[in-house]
Design a protein around this ligand. Structure first.
Ligand code: NAI
Length: 329
């Protein structure tokens, strides 16, 4: 079976080739993302394998179908970048990796919190220049702080467990309450109460029309002054222009983001010799209390293994005509 892999980085290829022996799929690795401009590359392939910043809209799906593609295998969990209605209309199956390592993402969210709070990134740079001063490195205890968790699925629950270990009080909002979170001592509240009562808010819900720009001028106005906001979920959960205003007027004390609404033009690329044309990311970088990582929360050895195994299995199931257990219906 011929599979076109888009947005490939050296590490994707390394992991796929390491575990492909059993299946012997014919992978072609494209560095370019899949979108309606590049969809023509899929002629002669039965499947495409894509990641978070490939854009599979209805135009791309029409071209994929014409070229003979019948399977879209996402090597990630979120699928907001695929037009599911169009995929259904053309009878193209869409599979994903529903959970590769919730702990990897939850631990990264905690890393953002600890770095922002205890300023270890600044201390590291200071000490390299023999500056042993503590001025302006003061942090706060996590113990006893109220952490608001929005979305208590697999990652949100893993995040709650770690936060409990720090002695934080957990309040949460989700459309469905999780017994596991309640057993951890977490308390479900309305979204408004989570906004109002939290010292730290961590976003772990998917991006959909309901959650898009949930962090905006209005929700920020309800929050405590100096709030810490962490987003390892999807960039568009945050209205970037509003959050810049919130940082400028000091409503937001700390912002840690692993995702960014306009990330597709920036993240996963070495742009160190380029002129960055995105003024919003430049403004965000300019704040001393903002920490940005480029969608690396998932990026652990354990998660890469799981992504590779599940993706190969998803494609094998499709090839054999078996039930697709990870199909997005
Ligand atoms: P999940 O499906 O296990 O949990 C999502 C939770 O969000 C569910 O409990 C669901 O009920 C809840 N939810 C849905 N709509 C909501 C709303 N309007 N308000 C509040 N909660 C709502 O998903 P999982 O595995 O925990 O992943 C969460 C998100 O993390 C994914 O959607 C993806 O966008 C992101 N992610 C980011 C990664 C990274 O590397 N930065 C890696 C993997 C996932």
């Amino acid at each position: 079976m011929k599979i076109a892999v888009f947005s490939t980085k050296p590490y994707d290829q390394e992991y796929f080739e390491r575990y492909n022996e059993k299946s012997n799929f014919a992978f072609t690795y494209f560095e370019t993302p899949l979108n309606h401009h590049t969809a023509n590359l899929t002629s002669g392939y039965q499947a495409v394998c894509i990641f978070v910043n490939d854009k599979v809209d209805s135009n791309a799906i029409r071209i994929l179908f014409k070229n003979g593609v019948r399977l879209i295998a996402l090597r990630c969990a979120g699928y907001n970048n695929v037009d599911m209605e169009a995929a259904k209309e053309y009878g193209i199956k869409v599979v994903r990796v529903p959970a590769y390592s919730p702990e990897a993402v939850a631990e990264h969210a905690i890393a953002l919190i600890l770095t922002l709070n205890r300023k270890t990134h600044k201390a590291y740079n200071r000490i390299r220049e023999s500056n042993f001063s503590l001025n302006k490195l003061i942090g706060f205890n996590l113990h006893g702080k109220t952490v608001g968790v929005i979305g208590t699925g697999k990652i949100g629950t893993a995040f709650c467990k770690i936060s409990r270990g720090f002695g934080c009080k957990i309040i949460a909002f989700d459309k469905y309450e999780s017994d596991e979170v309640i057993n951890l001592g977490g308390e479900y509240k309305s979204l408004v109460d989570v906004f109002k009562e939290s010292d730290i808010i961590s976003l772990h819900c998917p991006l959909n029309p309901e959650t898009k720009h949930m962090i905006n001028e209005q929700s920020l106005s309800m929050m405590k002054n100096g709030i810490m906001i962490i987003n390892t979920s999807r960039g568009a959960l945050i209205d970037t222009a509003d959050i810049i205003k919130g940082l400028a007027n000091k409503k937001i004390g700390y912002l840690g983001i692993d995702v960014y609404e306009q990330e597709e033009n920036l993240f996963f690329k070495d742009l160190s010799e380029s002129i960055i044309e995105d003024d919003m990311i430049l403004r965000l970088i300019s704040f001393p209390n903002v920490l940005i990582t480029s969608h690396q929360a998932y990026f652990t050895k354990e998660a890469m293994e799981e992504i590779t195994h599940t993706t190969l299995e998803n494609i094998r199931d499709f090839e054999k005509g078996e039930i697709l257990k990870n199909e997005i219906a």
